[in-house]
Structures are given as C-alpha cells and as structure tokens.
Design a protein around this ligand. Structure first.
Ligand code: ATP
Ligand code: ATP
Ligand code: MG
Ligand code: MG
Lengths: 259, 259
C-alpha cells in the first residue's frame, strides 16, 4: 500500500516544492517507486524537473475539472528511474472556482487517483501556499502529511490554522491522515535566528514530537539545481543540500516498519 | 491624494511582507505619512511590527466581513512616527468564503477605505500568496502595484498569470491601477543564479520597463529584524538591507512628480 504524503504549509516559500522534488528523487534513488503530483498552479515542481512544455489539457487541471477524470493517462516518466510526475499548469489557478460547486468537491483528487497509488511505494503531493480547496483535496487523498517550516521568525504565525484544518479534515473527511513530520528548512548557520526558531519548535508540545531529525540548511546549490531542472542529488551529489535530502529519505523510509 | 500601492505576487516567500514593512518604515522616515494594511491571514506584517495581541474583532477581518465595515476604528499607531497599521488576524483565512456571495465583493476593501487614504501620503497593502478574492480586493482599491520577485529560477513561472489578472482588473474593475515597479529581492551575490534571473527579467519586454533600479540583496539582518518586531532600518540602520530599503523609498518617492 503506497504512502500518500502531502507536502504542505500555507506560508509561502518555505521549501514545499524543494522538499517534494528532492525527497522524491532521493526515495527513487533508494529503490522506491515514486509518483510526484504537482498541485500548484505555479507548476514549480513540473519546471524543477525540466518539463516546461506541458499543456493545460495534459495536466492535473484537466483531471480535476472533469467529474470523471482519472490520473493514469496524465502521468509522465521523468529522466530518472522510478520517478514519475503528474504535471501542473497555470490554468489550475481557475480550478478551485470551477470545483466549488461540484458534488464531492473535497474528494475529487482521491477519486481521480483510484488504485493508481497501488503501483507506487510513495506518492508525494506538492501543495500551493494556501489551505483552500486544492490543499483540502490533497489532505483528503493522503495517508500522511509533511510540513516544511523555514527557520525564520514568521514560521510559527500560521501553524495554529494549519493544525486546525488538519484536525477538521481528520475528523470529518479522512480519519486516516497522520502528521508524518515537521521538517526544518533553510537553516542558516551564520546567525542565531535559525537556532532560536528551532528551539521554539522543540518547546511547542504539538510540534516537538513530530520534528524530523533531518534539518536542511541554506544551500545555494538547491536554487541552482532548480534552474537546471535537475534534483539536487543529481545536480551536485556531494553538496550538503543533496546529503540532507538523502538523509531525509532514509529517515522517512525508516518509518515504514513502524509508522 | 494618497498613493495606494498593493505589494503582490502569488509566488510564496518572495519578500512581499518584508517589502511592505520596510518600504513603509523608510517612507515614514523620509517624512511621508504611511498606512500599512495587512491583508494576509498569516498576519506576518502585524507580527513583524511587534503587534501579536490583535483579536479578530480588532482586525481587517472584522472590517471586510461586515457589509458596512469601515477601516478608521481599526487603525493603530505603531512605535514609529507617521507609520500606522491596519492589522490582520488568522481568521481572515475564512473571509474569502464569506465574501464570495456578497454584493460588490471585489470592491469591499475599497469601500471600507472610504476617504481614509486622504489622510496619508502612502497606503501599502501586503497581500497573501494568491490571486484570489482578497488580492483582487487589494488591486481594486489601489492606484498602483509593486511586484517583488526573488532572484531564483522559479520566479518567472507565475508571472503570465499575474499580468493576466492585472489586465483583467484594469479593464473590468479599476482602470486607474498601474504597475509601479518590479523589485528584485534576495539577490545572492555568491552565485550566478541571481544574475541569470536578473538578465532574464531585463530581457522580458513586459517587465524590463518596470524593473526598479534598487535591488535588495540577501541579508540575514532582515530576518533577524522580523524576529525582533522592528523594521530593519531601525534594527540595524547601517546594514546593507536597511540601506537597500532606504534607497527603494527614495526611488519610489522620486516617482511622485512624474509617475
Ligand atoms: N535549503 C535551501 N537552501 C537555499 N535555497 C532554498 C532551499 N530550499 C528552498 N530554497 C529556495 O527558496 C525558494 C522557495 O522554495 P520553494 O519554492 O521550494 O518553496 P515553496 O514552499 O514551494 O514556495 P511556494 O509557497 O511558492 O509554493 C526557492 O527559490 C528555492 O530555490
Ligand atoms: N533580502 C532578504 N534577505 C534575507 N532574507 C529575507 C529577505 N527578504 C525576505 N527575507 C526572508 O525571507 C522570508 C520570506 O519573506 P516574506 O515573508 O517577506 O515573503 P512573502 O512574499 O511575504 O511570503 P508569503 O508569500 O508567505 O506572504 C522571510 O522569512 C524573510 O525574513
Ligand atoms: Mg512550491
Ligand atoms: Mg507575506
């Protein structure tokens, strides 16, 4: 049974796409079969894998706005073995308005996935920076979620709302979803601010039990790899950004025996 | 007549809040009267000014969800002269659903502002990372907009949609709005990637004419200042982040005579 993991946080620019892309690539390198789903109209995950020529008809937009759309025909192979992608397109920004009046609007993605997840070990869903209908669809379709948090002062502002929405989805739509981890990203060792934010996370009773051991530090190679359309573990395999995401993949894989 | 400027970009984490906060503080230091409006449920701008104890009843949420709400009673003074704030609260994330079925839902903020802008030289509106109803409200109420863009590969992905929505708002709701500038933020001098993105922006016909001369470089003092709840120009007046926002304020103020 596949682990379907939403990568989400309504705070913008915290490393959601970077985590989906590089955790996915590192899990595939470990031998797992991985499907990445780009659920952000920005389509950063799609472009970060070097695929810029996707039409709206060939993207998840087309799946979601058709009541009976299914994902299988839209899945593409990437250049890397065991790493497939369901791409996005900028037209997805209009999907939420189109979906609001549909029957079963929260379960649209979950129904469109059908039994496709059975063919994979991991399905990672990259979410846009909001807690709106698309993100609710991701949580409804997921067995778990990972919350990247930037080691910056603003990181804690929206966490109450995120945990509130998570509890509501768990109570009312998808009782199976669990919080698989909180990942500290863009940790800057040149200043105290990152350590201060980390300490605040470690003393927050709701988050501390879920803090992943892996911490991803600021690493310019990560941004450069996205310009090249290549996961950082293949762009510069020896850099500390690549090592951090390999470490994260090992930590997530180790949860498999005892979630 | 006040300049009402929306600071917006649906890409997350590009420096919208940092720009609203520090450009506002620097304009106030130049002697302009400034009102900052926090239109993001994350309320980062509110917290970045050291105000964490705002209730939802005392925030812009309460203004917008009442058909006849007006902003004046909700405006607070900050610790700095000529710098006032209309604060936000996390409950604002529910406002969009509440506003969707209202009459005149796009002009709610503009009507709530009334003639309050006449008391100021600048009104800066910090937007959340989306092009949804709250951001449309900001564009409808504004005379101008500034688009911060991070000097990173993903920066250009959503720009088509942003310019499309801008044209639609200009044609159908607010013909007065103009693009006051595109601001390059978080420029990293240690790598070529920032220069490459800057060159792509300079060769994009739609953006190049609006590129501001001021470029804000990566500066950890900016993040530290937000932890302290103080604009960077007051937190560490000599750092290059503070100087960049002072330079930006001078550049924006210089537009006053010839927009
Ligand atoms: N560890 C890191 N070191 C340096 N740069 C990073 C790191 N992680 C991410 N970045 C950069 O920070 C920016 C934001 O990251 P990313 O786009 O993954 O965040 P996001 O949460 O997906 O953003 P959005 O909210 O817009 O979806 C990107 O330009 C990315 O290249
Ligand atoms: N020039 C800079 N140098 C270093 N850090 C910066 C700079 N500008 C912004 N930051 C940091 O980057 C992060 C993102 O900035 P900010 O929150 O202002 O972006 P935003 O566009 O408002 O995000 P959102 O999309 O969530 O509203 C913050 O943690 C901030 O401290
Ligand atoms: Mg993203
Ligand atoms: Mg912001």
């Amino acid at each position: 049974m596949a682990r379907i993991i939403s990568i989400l946080n309504q705070k913008g620019g915290v490393g959601k796409t970077t985590t989906a892309l590089n955790l996915g690539a590192a899990l595939a390198e470990l031998g797992r079969k991985v499907l990445l789903i780009d659920l952000d109209p920005q389509a950063n995950l799609t472009h970060g894998l070097g695929m810029s020529d996707i039409s709206s008809k060939g993207s998840i937009y087309d799946v979601l706005v058709n009541q009976h759309g299914v994902v299988a025909p839209y899945i593409r192979l990437t250049r890397w073995p065991r790493l497939d992608l369901l791409p996005s397109h900028i037209d997805l920004s209009g999907a939420e308005i189109e979906m609001v009046s549909m029957y079963g609007r929260e379960t649209r993605l979950s129904r469109a996935l059908g039994d496709v997840p059975q063919k994979y070990d991991y399905v990672l869903i990259d979410c846009l920076p909001s807690l709106s209908l698309l993100t609710i669809n991701a949580m409804t379709a997921s067995t778990e979620m990972i919350v990247p948090m930037q080691a910056h002062p603003f990181a804690l502002d929206g966490i109450d709302k995120l945990l509130e929405v998570y509890s509501l989805v768990k109570e009312q739509i998808n009782p199976d979803i669990i919080l698989a981890g909180v990942l500290i990203t863009m940790f800057d060792t040149r200043t105290n601010i990152s350590r201060e934010v980390q300490e605040r996370l470690q003393s927050d009773g709701r988050l501390a039990p879920h803090l992943l051991k892996t911490v991803v530090r600021q690493n310019i190679k990560i941004a450069e790899s996205q310009g090249a359309g290549v996961p950082v573990i293949h762009f510069d395999p020896a850099c500390h950004g690549a090592e951090a995401y390999r470490e994260l993949a090992r930590e997530i894989a180790a949860q498999e025996t005892s979630p």
